[in-house]
Design a protein around this ligand. Structure first.
Ligand code: ADP
Ligand code: MG
Length: 668
């Protein structure tokens, strides 16, 4: 293959033989029937058999060369931009019959084909007259060239030894990998998720991902650590000081974590639960046990504000104990940092909170025993692998995330970790009342907000990304800001996507400190931050958001014992899907349930958190259509895990799905 073609293919991410196979046609063109000129359909791709009658070669720049052709029923101009006369005379010899296939236009009262896809002599008729798969291709690669490549690849497709056992094959209609590939590239069918060929490839993909994660998990489990020793003295003390009772769900998870801490293998656990479900409290109890065993704890968050909130909560929680807390961020002064680093080294700090600045090169812990990381759903498998090594063998790791993931996907996304789910809500949390309003009723909403602000409550006003352009979005939010500021002078703030992280934090802090009462924003407000005083969230163009996003936005309010309200604004008539979403939102506050529904309504590709979750996009597997295959995979992987030797069977599979490199990395 020549270098230029390689480069063009690379643009489409086609670099290996297998990339060619995975790049499925998006539709098919039917060139199989010859059509008389008087039956041509404008705008369609047609195949004709015509005689070349005369040429028109204008010899003026920018004017195309044309060849007039005919059949018994009519005339057509074959038009060439950028083709030389010699070439045209060669492929369209005067008075000869030829087969031409391409898109039909009508111009100047005449049929035309501009730069047809195929012009062949009669004896090559059969090459063109086919149903031809169409691929989305990059400029510069013609259908003909790509067809050649794919036909060669398919011709050389090897017979591979089946990797699935009989039972699994039965569930897959006994379709082999090879025949499935052939089917999907060759037949005149729409890509159908439910065809058994498609399902076979989807299952391969699911299992390959489960195998990789399972291998990573096993590797982490093999790390031997010194078990933590504690008798819950410190944790009991802090729990007794809470003004609330832990939920059963929280207690169960604390027990799970304690087991991990007591054990000889390194903990690598994810704690999942809606914002406000009480994850941080659970994490701090785990931290207490680790500190009682004489170890230090590092608690990391993606932003300064979030991290400061953890720090403040911890100071309350550890108030009457001898635990020494500390806080380190990128902006801390040189002297502060120097002091903290020296204290960490001398074991004078027991638990430290901060952003990634916690793990700069010169921080050295005396005896680090647990790393807690909040809101890091953006970490992919490889980053998590790096993470699992952090802190050395004796250091346990607990990740927390409020991004809801449907049940079907948990293993495929987080199979390398143990997962705890916090579903039960602390009882003080009231359900937020959710209502929808057409935008023309904005005055009613303003009246409502006037009342709320009088009571000292705060309001989020979200103007989502509507245009692709940041500038236009900014305009929309700015206009709303100006509008609200007239009604509520000096009480409104504005936060938008073009601000950098520091600028955003300054405004959020103003809002937290109640220096402003209404916050207009273009983007989603940082997950995880607690605004206890915010009570109302107004969401404009709410139909632009998916269910999970609306649920997360709604979760920004109602964090205290006051009633929270979520107002969904919409422009025109609501679509059926939008109505469905509102109904679901009103009916439940369970983030996991909502994630499942979201996936069902929107399809899984658009789901919040999925794109950020770091898994490679699936090529075939789709959790909505292949729910049963995901379940089958979970059973299957458990069987495979029982015997190390069983893994070897899947070597080819891992190569096919380009996961061999990550397996190599694990084995290093
Ligand atoms: P998350 O980290 O999941 O967002 P937090 O642990 O920060 O949630 O808890 C949110 C708030 O709820 C905190 O103020 C915390 O003290 C309180 N809280 C936690 N668990 C309970 C409970 N079981 N009952 C009542 N309040 C609780
Ligand atoms: Mg939190």
């Amino acid at each position: 293959m020549d270098q230029k073609l390689k480069k063009l293919l690379k643009k489409k991410k086609i670099e290996t033989l297998f990339d060619v196979l995975w790049h499925l046609p998006h539709t098919f063109v039917d060139r199989s029937n010859l059509i008389n000129i008087n039956k041509l359909e404008i705008g369609k791709i047609c195949t004709i058999k015509v005689q070349v009658k005369k040429y028109n070669i204008p010899r003026i720049r920018n004017l195309p060369n044309t060849a007039r052709c005919e059949d018994l029923t009519g005339k057509i101009d074959i038009v060439f931009f950028n083709s030389r006369e010699g070439y045209i005379r060669k492929i369209l010899p005067l008075n000869q019959y030829v087969i031409i296939s391409g898109k039909v236009n009508f111009y100047n009262k005449k049929y035309q084909m501009v730069n047809p896809d195929y012009i062949v002599p009669l004896e090559k008729e059969d090459f063109v007259k086919k149903v031809i798969p169409r691929y989305s291709l990059t400029e510069g690669i013609t259908e003909k060239i790509y067809r050649n490549i794919i036909e060669q690849v398919l011709k050389k497709l090897p017979f591979l030894l089946e990797w699935h056992d009989e039972n699994i094959m039965k569930s897959l209609d006994n379709k082999s990998w090879r025949e499935s590939i052939f089917y999907l590239h060759n037949l005149k069918v729409k890509q159908d998720f439910n065809s058994s060929y498609f399902r076979r490839l989807a299952y391969d993909e699911i299992l390959s991902s489960l195998i990789v994660l399972s291998q990573i998990r096993k590797k982490i489990k093999k790390i031997k650590k010194k078990p933590k020793k504690f008798i819950n003295n410190l944790s009991k003390k802090i729990i007794n000081n809470f003004r609330f009772q832990l939920t059963k769900n929280q207690n169960d998870i604390i027990n799970e974590i304690n087991k991990d801490l007591y054990s000889q293998s390194k903990m690598f656990r994810l704690l999942q639960g809606d914002v406000g479900s009480g994850k941080t409290i659970v994490a701090l109890i785990a931290a207490a046990n680790v500190m009682e065993s004489g170890y230090q704890v590092a608690f990391m968050a993606p932003t300064e504000i979030l991290s400061r909130q953890h720090y403040l909560l911890a100071n309350k929680v550890f108030n009457k104990t001898n635990i020494k807390t500390s806080f380190l961020i990128g902006k801390s002064t040189y002297l502060e940092k120097k002091k903290i680093i020296s204290e960490l080294k001398k074991n004078k700090i027991n638990i430290i909170f901060g952003t990634h600045a916690l793990f700069q090169k010169n921080t050295e812990f005396n005896h680090l025993g647990l790393i807690i990381i909040d809101e890091q759903h953006k970490f992919g498998v490889k980053q998590r692998m790096e993470l699992s090594k952090k802190g050395g063998d004796d250091c346990d790791i607990l990740l927390m995330s409020a991004t809801p993931i449907p049940r079907t996907l948990i293993m495929t996304i987080y199979g390398d970790m143990d997962v705890s789910r916090l579903i039960e809500k602390p009882s003080y949390r009231k359900d937020i009342s959710t209502l929808s309003k057409p935008e023309i009723k904005i005055n009613e909403v303003i009246e409502f907000i006037k009342k709320e602000t009088k009571m000292g409550n705060q309001i989020f006003w979200v103007c989502p990304l509507i245009e692709e352009s940041k500038k236009l979005d900014y305009e929309a939010a700015k206009n709303k800001f100006t509008y609200l500021n007239k009604i509520f002078p000096n009480k409104v703030g504005l936060i938008h996507g073009s601000l950098d992280k520091d600028q955003k934090e300054i405004i959020l802090k103003k809002f937290l400190d109640k220096n402003i009462q209404i916050l207009v924003s273009t983007t989603i407000i940082e997950v995880g931050i607690d605004f206890p005083n915010a009570n109302v969230i107004v969401i404009e163009n709410s139909n632009k958001f998916g269910l999970s996003q609306l649920h997360q936005l709604r979760g920004r309010v109602g964090r205290s014992n006051k009633q929270g309200t979520c107002i969904l604004f919409y422009k025109k008539n609501l679509s059926n899907n939008a109505k469905k979403r509102i109904k679901i939102l009103k009916s439940t506050n369970d983030g996991f349930k909502i994630a499942e529904e979201d996936m069902r309504i929107r399809g899984f590709g658009d789901m919040l958190g999925y794109k950020q979750s770091g898994i490679k996009e699936f090529k075939f597997a789709d959790p909505i259509h292949h729910d049963d295959l995901f379940k089958l995979g979970e059973k299957n992987i458990k069987e495979i895990e029982t015997d190390e030797k069983l893994f070897n069977k899947y070597e080819t599979l891992l190569k096919l799905y380009d996961r061999a490199d990550i397996i190599n990395e694990i084995n290093n």
